[in-house]
Design a protein around this ligand. Sequence first.
Ligand code: GLN
Length: 487
Amino acid sequence: MELHWLTIHQLKQMLREKKVSSLELTQALIHRIGRIDDQIHAYVTVTEEDALQQAKRADEMIAKGEHPSELLGIPLAIKDILCTRGARTTCGSKILADYIPSYDATVIQKLKAEEAVFLGKTNMDEFAMGSSTENSYFGPTQNPWALDRVPGGSSGGSAAAVAAGECIGALGSDTGGSIRQPASFCGIVGLKPTYGRVSRYGLVAFASSLDQVGPLTRDVEDCAILMNAVCGYDPHDSTSVKFKVPDLRKALVRDLTGMKIGIPKEYFIEGIAPDVEKAIESSIELLQKWGARCREISLPHTDYALAAYYIICTAEASSNLARYDGVRYGHRAAGYRGIVDMYRKTRTEGFGPEVKRRIMLGTYALSAGYYEAYYRKAAQVRTLVKQDFDHAFKETDVILTPTSPTPAFRIGEKTEDPLQMYLMDVFTIPVNMAGIPGISVPCGFSRQGLPVGLQFLGRHFDEETIIRAAYTFEQNTDFHLRKPPID
Ligand code: GLN
């Protein structure tokens, strides 16, 4: 198989055995990006020169017999929401189109310490607000499985880059589904860690009580490797937790015997595509055959999670995005009269329509007299959603749901109707509200040949069990081995 289709764990072996050098590998990927990315638009910025330098350094270390990590010399892509020192970080927005951070996000520092190679920054919905990557100032990303379809979002560029063979693995961020939903649309693996597991220092803030950084990879083993590299307490992020980080590779066990899997009845709603329902049902049958004990459970407040999320995330966003004032960061409008006019013009020009919609909704929800009716109510609903999960996990080890109600939809299909777009995250949002971990793995294809994903959810800080469930499922199936028809 060509180099660009291999996994981190395969390449690690080949690099150590000197069957390939990191430079050859990096050049192959840069060549691939040059050849196909005008069809996919996964990247906003390709950092070719830096990548080649990093690859050369990795090769020197290999030549000296130094192997500090599993990611040594492995080319990765980074969602353009993570600050990268010296490389522009746009967050998919005009307002940050020329912003060059003076520091690296903690997760980037960690990957640098592992001597990974950085190919560039990937496209995303502006400020991670969206489910299709169509809300990017830099234009949409195409799904490698069908170029007229979206890759999902908001980490659509990272998901498409992994799926199209334009990087070996990638990082994304997930506030309401932005890692798992694009992973399912693109036929790859995506994990949202427990809130507090991964540092958010240097992650451009959208909704701070929900945001988490996580990996997008070709298989579950690679997911464990990337997770191992980025997890852990960080004094720069007061929400990161000082729990011992387990070696997630140890969770790569192909065994489900006795595992209790709960299937929430509230997730099989009207509007779920028949192809998705079919793929999930046959997955449940397979899991049972391999020794899992599946049974129906109830998460009674599921219905209210989506509405509460759109109050909480817009409220937090309206406050977080106040910092883009034309003074401290990025774009400043020309030809203003006085400071208020400067703010107004800068923000009018700098933000796209979805970001403006959210700032307005959030400002409204937080304003005097409405706070109790909206924000406080939403916070109360959030507690109920979390309690649903706490209750369910008393009798079940993992929860299984579809990742998204439909496979990838057509570009332009939902842009006129924000509510339809918001519904794409109906199965992923409650997970962020509760702060628990979730992983999406490929579980089938629609009749049109589009990937379908299933989601395993776990208890707080129990990434191990969902990785074990996902690994067993993957190793007994071959959905993750199929490649999109792009060349
Ligand atoms: N699609 C959801 C939203 O638009 C989730 C986005 C995300 O997880 N960043 O808010």
